[in-house]
Design a protein around this ligand. Structure first.
Ligand code: FMN
Length: 208
């Protein structure tokens, strides 16, 4: 685990810094194969449900696959990959990876955005709310010692998968969250300094 890069923190805020900064994207290749209890996945989903939401639309939808169902989803994604990829670019190994990733995972969670009928809240804000929900889910997983990662790509975020899930044309599949227990060292996290990404003005005239 990396040490949080935040000075002056203690108690709860230090715990929070540790949790946020130690959350890593861990891929199924690094899963141990041990199943995660459904109760823990529910805990992750419960916290996802507390994401902020403009207009209380609560647009996040999660489709959870475990046991045999996760293998069926892996097969379906391999088929969709072959459909949506131009024939000359199809890589059989990539199709096979959907099946292998499903087999190595404990649960697969399809991440979707359900758009309200009125469309009053802009689509980008609904996607942003879903991303907040996924962050809650991922942080909760980290706190529980569970690993995972948000995977996207043309097969997962396809209209084919959206239709298969019974979602409407205005809805979107935004990714797939793989769930499992990590094996070995977690990947090392890196970020460029926050100072490079912040413009901070305090209203004081320079030179005064
Ligand atoms: C919306 C979204 C989609 C992502 N899709 C992929 C993906 O398709 N493949 C992948 O390897 N990682 C994907 N990631 C995970 C990033 O690679 C990962 O967050 C990044 O490498 C930083 O690592 P960390 O999450 O461990 O800090 C995605 C992340 C987000 C937020």
């Amino acid at each position: 685990m990396n040490t949080p890069n935040v000075p002056h923190s203690s108690g709860k805020s230090l715990e929070l810094n540790l949790l946020i900064q130690s959350r890593r994207s861990v891929k199924p290749e690094q899963f141990s194969g041990k199943p995660v209890d459904d109760e823990l996945v529910w805990e992750m989903l419960q916290n996802a449900n507390w994401a902020p939401t403009h207009g209380m639309t609560e647009p996040w939808r999660f489709f959870v696959y475990s046991d045999a169902a996760r293998m069926e989803l892996g097969n379906l994604l391999a088929q969709i990959y072959q459909q949506v990829t131009p024939a000359e670019s199809v890589k059989p190994a990539k199709a096979e990876k959907f099946r292998a990733n499903a087999a190595r995972s404990s649960h697969l969670i399809v991440i979707a955005m359900k758009r309200q009928l009125s469309g009053k809240i802009p689509e980008v804000e609904e996607i942003e709310a879903v991303a907040c929900a996924v962050q809650n889910l991922h942080l909760t997983a980290t706190a529980l010692g569970v690993a995972g990662y948000w995977s996207s790509g043309n097969a997962i975020c396809s209209t084919q998968l959206r239709d298969h899930l019974g979602l409407a044309e205005r809805d979107r599949v935004l990714g797939l969250f793989y769930v499992g227990y990590p094996q070995g060292e977690l990947p090392v996290g890196t970020r460029r300094p926050i100072e490079d990404k912040v413009v901070w003005q305090n209203g004081q005239a320079s030179g005064s």
